[in-house]
Design a protein around this ligand. Structure first.
Ligand SMILES: CC(=O)[C@@H](O)[C@H](O)COP(=O)(O)O
Ligand SMILES: NCC(=O)COP(=O)(O)O
Length: 238
């Protein structure tokens, strides 16, 4: 079964744009779970452009499915995650000024750092995942870090698929086979949408979770968020 984790960053973007509490992030997180989503994902960035650190604390009492917090493991991020203790932490090598996530970890170059960070989270009972490109060497490097899972960075697949090139999935198939053979759990995310998610899932055996936000919120402007969550759930059925 592939779980749908809805990334609510862009709901926070809309909320912050007027300075109040509309839309109510916590209520939307509750409702999205009531519609059937199996998880909520947030990515509190250092500038708090959308998700604020306090949102992570407040959401802890609201998220009764799987709670996934993504981010670059800088000191204040690590302190937040160890305080909140979500279901899962996903480590992303984002520059502080990145407009969005744009690369996976170099798991060979940063092996020692990742080993230390991952062991700290695992000691605290938090499942770990690391954002990786579909590169077999990086997947092999991920095993050495001790992470529970990888999250395949799917922008390249989504970009190729949008141009009609379905071969963009090939590196992901190879990466997923390597990950599974080496005992890593497989998550995926970034630029997945209603058009491409079913094809991706069909090609990636053992896909445990997709985290989807930007497209899902944009699609919801036309189709309604309850309807869109259910459309994704149907696309992700085995
Ligand atoms: C790691 C990942 O792909 C998502 O967390 C993405 O970075 C969302 O971040 P923004 O919503 O800030 O684009
Ligand atoms: N990890 C991917 C995520 O949480 C959402 O990415 P996107 O769907 O906003 O591109």
């Amino acid at each position: 079964m592939t779980k749908l984790s809805v990334n609510i960053n862009k709901i926070a973007t809309l909320r912050n744009s007027r300075g109040g509490n509309v839309p109510d992030l916590l209520k939307m997180a509750q409702d999205i779970q009531d519609y059937g989503a199996q998880g909520i994902t947030i990515h509190p960035r250092p500038d708090e452009r959308h998700i604020r650190y306090q949102d992570a604390r407040d959401l802890k009492t609201v998220v009764h499915t799987e709670f996934n917090i993504e981010g670059n493991p800088i000191k204040k991020f690590m302190e937040l995650v160890l305080e909140v203790k979500p279901t899962q932490v996903t480590l992303v090598p984002d520059a502080e000024d990145a407009i969005t996530s744009n690369a996976g970890w170099d798991t060979i170059k940063h092996k020692g750092f990742l080993q230390d960070v991952i062991s700290e989270f695992k000691r605290n009972g938090i499942r770990t995942s690391i954002f990786t490109d579909p590169d077999v060497q990086m997947i092999e490097g991920a095993v050495a870090t001790g992470t529970d899972r990888i999250e395949l960075y799917t922008e390249a697949f989504a970009s190729a698929y949008e141009k009609g090139d379905k071969n963009g999935v090939t590196p992901y198939v190879e990466a997923a086979k390597t990950a599974s053979a080496m005992g890593l759990g497989i998550n995926a995310g970034h630029d997945l949408n209603l058009d491409n998610v079913r094809f991706f899932k069909e090609n990636i055996p053992g896909l445990l979770e997709v985290s989807i936000g930007h497209a899902l919120i944009a699609e919801s402007l036309y189709l309604g968020i309850e309807n869109v969550v259910n459309l994704y759930l149907n696309k992700l059925k085995d």
